[in-house]
Each structure stands twice: as structure tokens, then as C-alpha cells.
Design a protein around this ligand. Structure first.
Ligand SMILES: *Cc1c(COP(=O)(O)O)cnc(C)c1O
Length: 486
């Protein structure tokens, strides 16, 4: 059945006004009469009224519009869209965790606090850091937390620094974070092998630089082999080294950012440790620090004395509280289950398989679309369709839209910004050899079809409720009000 472009909202589907009178009667008592009147709204909320099948059909129709890791292969580079095992959801959903009230005192939350403390310890071991907070609720939020600590550290020493360095291949959140914390950003160039240009870095380091933000492997999927030299020159300039842990899935269990010289690290649990993500959350971005940044960690701090866990809100040099209560606990618990399920060996094996899958897929595709840098990569790789003599007017966006018609999620396109007509692919370890081969064969088939009938290929997708969007207008002039609510 074709998907309609528009599904009415529940309010439009409603046949009547809901509200307080719909609160069901239980055991003869009217629940509304049990609530003290000062806590009741003056008017009943205007809730939509639909039958159960109407509600189920509404949400099922909406869900069919979404592509998810459960509908198919999702090689969205940089995002690590691995399959999320269901057991993580079911264990984190046990009533003792899921029904724990956020206002419950620490004495009533001992089990949850213990798991939060344990996972902080696991993450410290995996990242090579001295202490980890689980408060931040996303990778970008972790960056914000980390760079606030960098600022607090320099300010505490009376060291006046106002610049953060970011590579030209950086994820957009890195310069955005630095700007939000009040820093100017200066770009560091990549060299011809796709890594940080050490000479360019040296020329930009001085006593005004607070930190260099880096991800390793970098956004081209290449391991920064000169990382020890990079760390040395950054530290010699009195700056700190920030690790964007979004690419940890390539090295978890194999190499540790702490050993490479990084001072502060965020870890995207929703990428490396398989908690659900996409569509804006919920996620979790724990942050690990070396000894000298521990005083600045956000509150509350989970502390253990004897057998008892407590929450400490009183830490004089702390950057303060970053999220309500202590972060996205349900997501952190899912990652805890994932880590316990795989163990140290399993986490290492997952990283190795992530790299193997990426290398195999790159091998299958590289004769058809050339890689930007033809060197052995890590967990993701970047191809380029910039050669017009080969692809004509067909481009990365065209390939992405045709993949949607064939039941695959598109790879990341046009990122990193330093690569023209970029296609950034990250298969992850949870995909089979067969899926990778089917995907590669589909890419080749699309390229052949585009060569035969460019006009048709350029206008894909054909199977989706919405065809090609004017993405520039959508970003510049967002319409955030539903027409029926105007
Ligand atoms: C995903 C990603 C981020 C941001 O993480 P979110 O959890 O999406 O906020 C930062 N840097 C890189 C390289 C990423 O891939």
C-alpha cells in the first residue's frame, strides 16, 4: 500500500473533547476526586478522543514512514547505527529501575547508583581516563561538559586563553561547542594523507589556545598515527587535548584515548555501546577526565563510602549540574547491560569486526566509486563522486536517494566538508557479509542505471511519501507550526 504524504494528527482525527471526565473510575472511586483540588487544572485538558484501533493505526502508519536499523541496513557514516539488542531494553525496563522516582533519595536508589558507578568504572578503563561522569545526555552535550571543564581548568590557574583548535575535517558539533562555551575557533588543516597537518598545528599553537578537539580515528576513518606527537605539542603549549569519542567503536578494547595523551573524552553510549538513537534522542554522552580535571566534573557526583552510594552536589570547583537529576539513566543502564553481555573480549571483537566490515565494504565498492584516500581505514570510509567525467551529473545525493528506493538507508553525504561529493559509509559490526554484498551490488546497479537513464535516476526517490525536498528552504525557513494549529 502506498504511503500517504500526510497523516492527520490525533487532534484532527479526534471525535470529541477528552479531559478529566475520561480519567477512569477505579474500584468505585473517581480518581479526580482523590487529587487535592489545588493540583487540578481549572479546565480539563483538550485531549483527542479516538478509539484504540484508530490510535494503533495512526502510530503504525507513522512508524512505517521511518527507516530504522530494524527495517534494514543503515550505513550512516559517523553515526554508528549498529543493531541494539532487545535484552538491553528489557533489563533496563525492569520495574526496580524504570519505576524508580527521580526524587527518590539515594538510600532508596542504591542498586541503580551502583550500576551507574560500575559503568563509570568500565568506561574509565576502556577510555584510559581517571574518572567518568554519566550526566551528559548526548555526544554534543558531553562536548559542552568537557569544554566547560577545560575553561574552568584554565580560569582556575589564572590562564587567559580564548581559542579552541578544530581540524578542518571536524564534526560540526566541535566548533559549535567551542563557540557555545565562548571560545573562538581556529581550523587546523589536514594533510594529503587525510590526517592532522602537524606543521599547520604547530603554527597555530600558542599561549591563547585552550584546547585541540580531535577524533581518532578521524572523520575520514583514518587513524591519526602522529597522535603522540600531536599530544606532545599541544601540552607543550599549555593546552589540553579533547577526544571526541564518537569514533570509539573502531578502537574500544584495542587502544585507549587516555594512553594517546587525551585529557578529556566524551563517549557516545548510543553509538559505541548500542543504545537506541536517532530522531533526536534520548542518548548519553558520559565524559571521562584525567586527574587534573576531576575537581571540575559536573554534579551530582556518585560517591561510595563503605557499601553505601551517595550523591554529592557539593563540589566547590564543579562546573555545576548539566542535566536534570543524574542524566539519562535508562540509556546508561542499557549500555551497562551491553557491556556486561559482551565483556572485555567481546567489546574488542566488536571493534575488530566493525573495522573488518568497513574494509570489506570499501573493497567491494572502490572500483566503482573511488575512496578519497586509498589507505587502510578503520570503522568507516569516505568515497567521492567528484569525478564528473566518470559520473556525469549523477552525484552523491542522487545515489543516496536511489538507495532509499531500494530499501537501504543512505550513507552520510557531503560530510566531512573537506571531501567533494562525499559518501561516508559505516557498516558497523552487526551486519553480515551477505548484507554488505547485497548493498554493494545495489550501489553498482544504481550506478549502471544512472548511466543508462540519468533523467530517471536524478529524480529518485519514487517510493517515499515525500519526494525530493528543497533542503535549503527547509533549513532556512523551517515551518514549525502544524497548519491545523495556526
Ligand atoms: C555523532 C557525533 C557527534 C555528536 O554526538 P551526538 O550524540 O549526536 O550529539 C560528535 N562528533 C562526531 C564525530 C560524531 O559522529
Amino acid at each position: 500500500m502506498p504511503l500517504d504524504a500526510f497523516e492527520p494528527s490525533l487532534f484532527e482525527l479526534s471525535h470529541g473533547e477528552g479531559g478529566r471526565e475520561w480519567i477512569p473510575e477505579r474500584g468505585g472511586a473517581d480518581l479526580a476526586s482523590l487529587i487535592p483540588s489545588e493540583h487540578l487544572a481549572p479546565e480539563p485538558a483538550a485531549l483527542p478522543v479516538v478509539s484504540e484501533p484508530e490510535a494503533v493505526r495512526h502510530f503504525t502508519k507513522l512508524s512505517r514512514r521511518n527507516f530504522s536499523i530494524e527495517s534494514g541496513f543503515y550505513p550512516l557514516g559517523s553515526c554508528t547505527m549498529k543493531y541494539n539488542p532487545k535484552i538491553c531494553d528489557s533489563l533496563a525496563g525492569l520495574p526496580g529501575f524504570a519505576r524508580l522516582h527521580p526524587e527518590a533519595g539515594a538510600d532508596m536508589a542504591q542498586g541503580t547508583l551502583r550500576l551507574m558507578d560500575d559503568i563509570s568504572g568500565f568506561l574509565a578503563q576502556i577510555s584510559g581516563m581517571d574518572k567518568v561522569t554519566t550526566n551528559p545526555c548526548a555526544g554534543a552535550h558531553g562536548e559542552f561538559c568537557g569544554i566547560l571543564m577545560v575553561r574552568a581548568y584554565h580560569e582556575d590557574r589564572g590562564d587567559d586563553r580564548d581559542v579552541v583548535l578544530v581540524p578542518d575535517s571536524a564534526h560540526g558539533t566541535n566548533p559549535a561547542t567551542a563557540a557555545m562555551v565562548g571560545y573562538k575557533t581556529v581550523e587546523v588543516k589536514s594533510n594529503s594523507s587525510g590526517c592532522v597537518d602537524l606543521d599547520d598545528l604547530k603554527s597555530k599553537l600558542n599561549d591563547k589556545v585552550a584546547a585541540l578537539m580531535l577524533t581518532n580515528p578521524n572523520t575520514l576513518g583514518l587513524f591519526e598515527k602522529e597522535i603522540l606527537d600531536i599530544a606532545r605539542v599541544v601540552h607543550e603549549a599549555g593546552a589540553l587535548l579533547y577526544y571526541d569519542g564518537a569514533n570509539l567503536n573502531a578502537i574500544a578494547g584495542v587502544a585507549r584515548p587516555g594512553d594517546m595523551g587525551f585529557d578529556v573524552v566524551h563517549i557516545n553510549l548510543h553509538k559505541t555501546f548500542s543504545t537506541p538513537h536517532g530522531g533526536g534522542g534520548p542518548g548519553a554522552g558520559p565524559v571521562g577526565v584525567k586527574q587534573r580535571l576531576i575537581p571540575y566534573l559536573p554534579t551530582p557526583l556518585i560517591e561510595k563510602s563503605g557499601e553505601e552510594y551517595t550523591l554529592n552536589y557539593d563540589s566547590p570547583k564543579s562546573i555545576g549540574q548539566l542535566s536534570t537529576f543524574y542524566g539519562n539513566v535508562g540509556i546508561v543502564l542499557r549500555a551497562y547491560v551491553y557491556m556486561r553481555m559482551h565483556g572485555k573480549e567481546g567489546i574488542r571483537r566488536n571493534s575488530e569486526h566493525a573495522v573488518l566490515n568497513a574494509r570489506y565494504l570499501k573493497h567491494l565498492l572502490k572500483d566503482h566509486i573511488p575512496p578519497e584516500i586509498d589507505a587502510p581505514g578503520m570503522h568507516e570510509f569516505v568515497l567521492t563522486m567528484k569525478d564528473k567525467s566518470r559520473f556525469g551529473e549523477f552525484n552523491a545525493m542522487g545515489l543516496a536517494k536511489n538507495l532509499i528506493d531500494r530499501g537501504f538507508h543512505a550513507p552520510t553525504v557531503y560530510f566531512p566538508l573537506i571531501v567533494k561529493e562525499a559518501l561516508m559509509m559505516e557498516p558497523t559490526e552487526t551486519e553480515s557479509k551477505r548484507t554488505l554484498e547485497e548493498f554493494a551490488a545495489t550501489v553498482v546497479d544504481i550506478l549502471n542505471e544512472a548511466a543508462r537513464d540519468p533523467e530517471k535516476a536524478m529524480h529518485a526517490p519514487y517510493t517515499t511519501p515525500v519526494k525530493r525536498l528543497d533542503e535549503v528552504s527547509a533549513a532556512r525557513n523551517p515551518v514549525l507550526v502544524h497548519p491545523c494549529c495556526e
